[in-house]
Ligand binder design. Structure first.
Ligand code: M6R
Length: 364
């Protein structure tokens, strides 16, 4: 049931600190400060590449995972949407791990990609929420998300739990591949263990998200920008907004702005900039300047350091606490979900059952 929430989506947004905590506990031993090797029965030191595929929000989770695997574990990741992957006939090496991400475990294109890789003789690993699903059954290794049943068509808690698993796996892979030492492992595990606390903090920004959403519900188009791990989040923000509020939105890598989308900038299209104070920050700020110089209205999502460092006028600034870089994409997902949710509520749409969409897409 929805409890005292208006929609399942609202309930599922608020469950995140708890379900992420359950999910992390499956992969990490907080007391020892190590990854649980029993939860990762796969030798990443024998894997030379990951071929990943998924659809929609699960694809964006995988895209963030790519940044983590490559940076922390020095393991290259090829990732594509499953509807392309399945027909691409990509040359696959037997030493690659085929990795799939799916809430339902039934998505037709993702399942077809999985079967294709299996036929090619690859080991199959799947990050899946529904344990009894077809994908779970057909995989060699199942990496469960412990999000519990997700009812809202717009994925929220499944997404952040997928990210929690991907981050944990990246740390496990780094350990097995020797790209981090014991001290770095302990440090990363400690940082990941802080997600629930920061997530609770982010949820307390709900009232401000509602205020900003009132403005968003008045516009026709929204642009989301981000760099690094904030780039897939920009894509996710745009997807979430369009699927439940029916407002046109696009997500772009901030550096791509001058290659086209900058032509759209005017005072009627808000630009949501996702910019934690990380090593991409300065670059994103210069893209923000380009937006401001053209009269664009900026909604900046950043942290305390970022807010202090940026002197630009914004329409709204959402300030999260400073946090370790690895957990930022998970925490920044929350204001993004709340913005989409409240905008949709203002628009009066059917938030849990948006038009033309199904919770699980079992046809091509
Ligand atoms: O069940 P799956 O994770 O495989 O579903 C994939 C997409 O259909 C799904 O994420 C979809 O994009 C959501 N409606 C996004 O909120």
């Amino acid at each position: 049931s929805k409890g005292n929430h208006r929609h399942f989506m609202e309930k599922e947004i608020h469950e995140q600190p708890e379900v992420i905590s359950h999910t992390l506990a499956n992969y990490l031993d907080f007391a020892k400060g190590t990854v649980r090797t029993d939860a990762t029965p796969l030798d990443f030191s024998k894997v030379d590449r990951i071929a990943a595929s998924a659809c929609g929000t699960a694809f964006y989770a995988g895209l963030i995972g790519k940044y983590w695997f490559e940076r922390i574990a020095r393991l290259p990741v090829d990732i594509d949407v499953a509807s392309e992957f399945r027909y691409r006939e990509m040359p696959l090496s037997k030493d690659s791990l085929a990795l799939f991400v799916s809430q339902s475990g039934e998505t037709a294109d993702t399942l077809a990609s999985l079967r294709y890789c299996k036929q090619q003789g690859l080991k199959i690993g799947t990050i899946v929420n529904v344990r009894e699903s077809t994908m779970a059954r057909e995989s060699n290794t199942v990496f469960p998300t412990l999000a519990g049943p997700e009812v809202g068509v717009a994925s929220t808690k499944a997404f952040t739990c997928q990210l929690a698993v991907l981050a944990s796996l990246a740390v496990a892979a780094a350990k097995m591949r020797g790209t981090i030492d014991e001290q770095e492992e302990r440090q990363l595990v400690r940082e990941l263990s802080e997600i629930p606390r920061y997530a609770n903090h982010a949820l307390r920004l709900e009232e401000q998200m509602e205020t900003i959403s009132r403005d968003l519900s008045q516009v026709k188009h929204v642009l989301y920008l981000g760099r690094g791990t904030s780039y897939p989040l920009a894509l996710e923000g745009a997807l979430k907004l369009k699927e439940i509020s029916y407002i046109h939105a696009e997500g772009y890598a901030a550096g791509e702005l001058k290659h086209g989308p900058i032509a759209l900038i005017d005072e009627s299209m808000p630009v949501i900039v996702i910019a934690p104070y990380d090593h991409w920050f300065e670059k994103t700020v210069s893209n923000m300047q380009e937006v401001a110089a053209r009269g664009g209205k900026i909604i900046l999502i950043t942290d305390e350091k970022g807010a202090a460092a940026s002197t630009l006028n914004t329409m709204h600034t959402i300030v999260l606490p400073d946090m370790p870089e690895i957990i930022a994409p998970i925490i920044y997902a929350l204001p993004i979900q709340m913005l989409a949710y409240h905008t949709a509520v203002f628009m009066g749409t059917d938030v849990d059952q948006p038009r033309n969409l199904a919770k699980s897409v079992t046809v091509e």
